[in-house]
Ligand binder design. Sequence first.
Ligand code: SF4
Ligand code: SF4
Length: 330
Amino acid sequence: MMTGQKSKGQGAAEGEVPQPVIPHPSSLSPSPRGLVTNIQRFSIHDGPGIRTTVFMKGCNLRCFWCHNPETLSPKVEVQWFPERCIGCGACLERCPHGCHEVVDGVHVFHRERCVACGACVETCYAQALVLVGEEQTADEVVEVVLRDRPFYETSGGGVTLSGGEPLMQPEFSRAILARCRAEGLHTAIETAAHYPWERIEEILPLVDLVMLDIKLLDSARHREATGVPNERILANARRLGRQPQPLIVRTPIVPGVNDIPEDVAAIAAFAATLPNLLYYELLPFHGMAAGKYDSLAIDYRARGLSTPSADHLEALCEVARSQGIEVRHG
Ligand code: SF4
Ligand code: SF4
């Protein structure tokens, strides 16, 4: 742990309920640095109450419908929005690597040469070039989070680490959570849990709520949809299900992937076996991220898919409720 103290949540005797760790501010290690894409204040969909959601950069899954493609790569990137370009030419002069060129009157961005130094972005007043991913210290992140403390206190909110995948930057994530805990804030993480259990176990004592994505129970289909098999995710889910922190299981409902009753019933039946399940939530796919894919030159395989209708979503919720668990949808 980044506090250098042994967690009360680790190594508890059999039958003993581990207590959450509340680090003293003086015990916090120097502020590590990490990459975030956004710090979204006043979030109401990432846990209870009004929250600040910290979107971490980098993910070890490749769900082809991902709503946040700017968080997939663990590196700083440049988004390119040609429709905003006013043709001033400033970026052509500024880039030391010759990434911008006008060919037959058309602005070409040679992304393969770009090292994301940000020089051209500074010159682009039209915001046709945008840097995505900012290196910050944990202290800098928490300084923003603390601005809304009064709203957390009145709404039962707090901070949520999302992404991307918070477990991909474990030291940074732990540092943010420890600092928020030291300030008395409620802490939550959104994760796909595709990491060795030890990495999850390290962060858990600093977390009040876990929101876990489970997309499919069939591993081969899971690999096809997300790029990875799901055995480790399900094993981690079973262990998360026995922790003192409440657990919300969530499934993005994506047409052609898992929008049939059989798949939802299977995930709901699995979720029903997790003793600390708070509720199961279905999140409808939407195609609003298409522009972000284009700006990053990432192939958007979900283009053309429709958002599940409210009726269909409610029907799937009913299927899930038949497992005897609380079910919500986004
Ligand atoms: S970010 Fe740097 S390397 Fe990339 S295009 Fe802009 S100036 Fe060139
Ligand atoms: S600086 Fe921006 S607006 Fe100007 S040419 Fe480059 S991309 Fe277009």
